[in-house]
Design a protein around this ligand. Sequence first.
Ligand SMILES: Cc1ncc(COP(=O)(O)O)c(C=O)c1O
Length: 365
Amino acid sequence: MTMPTPKPGVMEINPYVGGDSGLEGFDRVIKLSSNEGAFGPSPKAASAYRNIAKTLHLYPDGGMTDLRHAIGKVHGLDADQIVCGAGSDEIISLLCQAYAGEGDEVLYSQYGFLMYNISAKAAGATPVTAPEVDLTADVDALLAAVTDRTRILFLANPNNPTGTYLPISEVSRLRDGLRDDILLVIDAAYAEYVIREDYAEGNALVDAGDNVVVTRTFSKMHGLGGARLGWAYGPANVIDVLNRVRGPFNVNSAALVAGAAAIQDREFTGKVCAHNLKWLAWTREQLLELGLDVTDSVGNFLLVCFGAHPERTAQDADAALKAGGIIVRGMAGYGLPDCLRITVGLEEDMRAVVDVLRKFMGKNQ
Ligand SMILES: Cc1ncc(COP(=O)(O)O)c(C=O)c1O
């Protein structure tokens, strides 16, 4: 029997599995599996979202003018060089569709965000990974993995799920080592959380040429994962391409107004950032004291590895956390079966995580 056949590569995709959100037997769970905002959305964003209900019969502004200008104002960027998408996932996918196809390679680091693999395959291209050093992207390894076929290089900075980052000097070195026809996509989904002095999201690299684009999201710091909203800052040539391939109304009206309100709510983002810094550091410290390996994450999550304790596996730790009503993310899909990724939630959430893991590690005194 014949049937419609998808493009080469499509059937090789392992569908993305999101973080669990429910546990049998628990009415209320502590969900720390998807790096969502600990405080929910900004109240101003929620209010803008509610207010749009009465005009939902109207198509959204396909040019996304108000939102792009709000983003431009807050970040000091030219609104004409901004394009928005239904999550930065959509932008990642559109970049692959537009710049890579059969016979082309899409390069990223070993533990890079999984959507690069999926989007490359969906575009018919071949995903290629370069080894990391200490769970951190390695510029030399990435440059060594470039071939004549490389069309796009994705660098999540900071990376999910490792939480590690490259200083901007290293990202510049990466850019300088690439041919001009290779698009460097700096995925800065967690940039808002990073306060390290040697870090920058990469906007200056966008301004310096035609082959760097920075992608951002409203799903993390701004707490709008459910609204699906992301954006890219790029040179005119890349923005033009994205505007050609995107759907005419790819961002819905509710996301447009919620996003514009969220990005201007500096009081809220300041509170989220301060909370994250405090509880990221506290949780990491506590888990290190338990003898666990924890990356020096700068995101809103921690990668916790149990490899040094063969008698106490990540799977068993996951089960212990679930028994306590806490959902975190298993990392087998990333080739890190010894590790769990734990999002920074509220204070009581983090105290609950540490209590369970303290007992699990047999250090309950
Ligand atoms: C590194 C990275 N990039 C992109 C995304 C996608 O975010 P969005 O919700 O904007 O599609 C995520 C989400 O987890 C992420 O971790």
